[in-house]
Design a protein around this ligand. Sequence first.
Ligand code: ZN
Length: 321
Amino acid sequence: MNTVDYIYRFDPRNPSTKPPPVDAEAARQSLEDGNRMFARWMASCRSPITDAGEQARYIVQCNGLEVGMARKQGGIPRQAPFAVVVGCSDARVPTEMIFGQGFNDLFVIRVAGNVLGDVCLGSVDFAVEALSESVRTVVVLGHSGCGAVSGAVDAYLQPTKFWSRSSSTALRSILQKIFVSVRESANAIHEVWGPDARKSPHFREAVLETAVCLNAAQAAFALRQEIERAGRWEIEVLYGVYNLSNHQVSMPHNPKAPASDENVRLAHAPTNPREFQVLACQMAEILRDGAGPSPGSITEADAPTGDGRGTESPGSTPGGE
Ligand SMILES: [Zn+2]
């Protein structure tokens, strides 16, 4: 195992070292490139040490202007993110880090299960309206082994858990927003795996990982409609899933894929409801025969159960190791 430095560099002699992306395509590229760098960093931690004292260094370039460098005393930087990101609150998914971004790059909204509610949508509306000069893209980011989605899957498979008195109304309101994705996922897995799919020891995990993708797609679909209603056609709405094991953002997503630069991909938001079914079947194929996570993997520990317990266990590391 290696020690690796992850550096945020503000160089006052070069205050505009990182020009903002000029359009939505450049914004997508910047996010994907940043994630490739982050995943390489994580992979390099696990590499054999090649030379005593040698350390890998990964540098996130930041504009000094973003923290007030090279400004007259008292001047504060103007908020100018190029992307709005709606992600899960999960502590293992630090948005700026996994996209290799720094200060003033991302307007981040985090809520368990990356579900959309009025307050969350209001935050997106604010960003798209008030920060319209800089925002180029809106991204929904799910992640593998999501505890909120796990809770919805377990409630779907064992409804009694959902009605448990110890499950709070507020928690249920999150799970309810995920149920459609769970149902669509279970349907697709039955269709692709056959009528005995539910007997498979991999069924729950496959429903979970498929629902993580659909849940992100569903939020992206809704946000796309919101952005179009606002007449902001130049803003692209994208979505992806962060893999806790290989640290890459991709779509569709294979929980067991080894890290590879080609995996990293943010998809465009669905434009037609039929795309959800296509994506669900695609995931069911990827996860066929337990190609997805094995029972008892990372998803078990952090699933919020019907009694509202269970998030990240103290001391666990990314990838559930
Ligand atoms: Zn989550």
